[in-house]
Design a protein around this ligand. Structure first.
Ligand code: NAD
Ligand code: ZN
Length: 431
């Protein structure tokens, strides 16, 4: 049995019911009063009374103001993210198969017409999230991408975020955060087409708004607070493990960071190094990371690597980082994670910002059933079928037999009518 060397006291139960109520009330008003409600919420919650649709001139000014080194980094990251998403798109195909002579069926991958990308912007300016969501929708072949982000102060959306949205290919950018931002995309406010799919991370209000709107509009997933699990054996460097835990703890008090190891001296060393490592962060990040480590940090001592892998399968972390020998064994064995980071040379931050695979990932154990954001979330895998005379007899008979066994006589009649048609109007069979 794994043993906890540091347990996570956790947080008091979140006021989730209260958040759900608030979001429900806000969405009801947004559905009725539309733009007027959105601008009102923007003013009240985010003190934003400027234009909601970001004007072209503002985007151009942002491009001129952004540091060229950051611009190069954005291009580097965007190239990787887009190349990876395009490779994913190329890996899935339309299908056509003749199941029986005269019975042909197929699947087609049809991109949604409009995607809505939420780019969070409360504590940090989530520049990378703009690339991850928008570039992926574009690679899937989505025609129109609307992107929203909350204002950061009097200037509106942070210029770096605007530039990233523009680089990744957003068609319309709205300066709106939270529930009003999500709703504007779903309802097609401010002249935008109604989004068919909403994507992107956000805080509890954003996640709840997506959850409540889901149905007519699709969502990528309910992406909650980020989490990380590091698997380390005796070959790992305790200082590097401590730094990786502290670095991700920066996301804040709701973000769990876990270490599982089969080497007690490593666990003890990491525990001893954590306070000093957290102190390397500047404020306010230091306080956020300390709070996360205190409330959500766990160190789990396992008997061997099999037990470590079982812990990983159970925790189903968003980010899973292996700092151990025999990486091939781990890659084959591990089964539940949003994204896997193999080896000490890589780090979760690479995936968060620039490496290529998407950083919008399942949290809160959702990695048991889904992977992260990918072109698949913007593609409808639809099917079709066509039948000619050669297949009709057997197909209609099987259908009618099953239908009658189910008591569905109407269905049986529609099947049998096809045979009657053939009998009455025989056609040449063409091959
Ligand atoms: N899972 C991932 O891939 C991933 C990636 C990046 C960020 N994140 C997460 O995204 C989140 C970002 O959250 P954030 O808060 O910084 O930015 P955010 O943009 O998600 O939320 C800000 C908005 O919340 C709304 N809001 C705040 N308080 C409210 C209230 N009381 N009532 C109604 N609306 C309210 C405001 O309108 C504001 O515009 C973090 O939890 C972070 O962990 C996740
Ligand atoms: Zn991170």
């Amino acid at each position: 049995m794994p043993r906890l060397l540091k347990s996570a006291p956790g947080l008091p139960p979140e006021a989730t019911a209260e958040i759900a109520d608030t979001v429900q009330i806000m969405l009801a008003r947004l559905r009725t009063d539309r733009e007027e409600a959105a601008t009102d919420y923007a003013a009240r919650l985010d003190r934003w009374e400027g234009p909601v649709v970001v004007p072209r001139a503002v985007i151009e000014a942002a491009k001129a103001s952004v540091d060229p080194t950051l611009m190069d980094a954005l291009h580097y990251a965007h190239d990787n993210i887009r190349a990876f998403a395009r490779a994913q798109r190329a890996s899935i195909h339309d299908v056509e198969i003749e199941l029986r002579p005269g019975l042909t069926a197929g699947q087609r991958l049809i991109p949604v017409t409009c995607a809505g990308a939420y780019v969070p912007g409360g504590r940090y300016a989530h520049i990378a999230s703009a690339l991850m969501t928008i570039a992926t929708a574009r690679a899937a072949g989505v025609q129109h991408v609307t992107a929203v982000a909350p204002p950061r102060g009097a200037e509106g959306i942070a210029p770096e975020v605007l530039v990233a949205m523009n680089l990744a290919g957003a068609d319309t950018i709205l300066c709106l955060g939270g529930v009003q931002g999500v709703a504007a995309m779903a309802l097609g406010l401010f002249g935008t087409p109604e989004a068919d799919v909403l994507c992107g991370p956000g805080n509890a209000y954003v996640a709840e708004a997506k959850r409540q709107l889901f149905g007519p509009v699709g969502i990528d997933m309910v992406a909650g607070p980020t989490d990380v699990l590091i698997l380390a054996d005796s070959s790992a460097d305790p200082a590097m493990v401590a730094l990786d835990l502290a670095g991700q703890a920066e996301h804040g008090v709701t973000s769990p960071c876990w270490l599982a190891t089969d080497h007690e001296p490593l666990a003890r060393a990491v525990l001893a190094l954590m306070p000093g490592t957290l102190d390397r962060l500047p404020e306010p990040n230091r306080s956020a990371a300390r709070a996360a480590w205190d409330a959500m940090g766990e160190v789990i001592l396992c008997a061997d690597r099999d037990e470590m892998a079982e812990v990983a399968d159970t925790y189903a972390p968003e980010h899973l980082h292996v700092q151990a020998r025999d990486l091939g064994w781990w890659r084959d064995r591990l089964r539940a994670y949003g994204s896997l980071f193999l080896g000490e040379e890589t780090t979760v931050a690479f995936g968060d910002k620039a490496a290529g695979p998407n950083h919008v990932l399942p949290t809160g154990r959702a990695a048991r059933h889904t992977g992260g954001l990918s072109v698949h979330k913007f593609l409808k895998c639809v099917t079709w079928q066509q039948v000619d005379d050669r297949a009709l007899g057997d197909l209609a008979q099987a259908t009618a037999t099953i239908s009658r066994a189910e008591g569905m006589v109407g269905h049986a009649l529609t099947a049998e009518a096809r045979i009657d048609t053939v009998t009455r109007h025989p056609r040449a069979v063409n091959h």
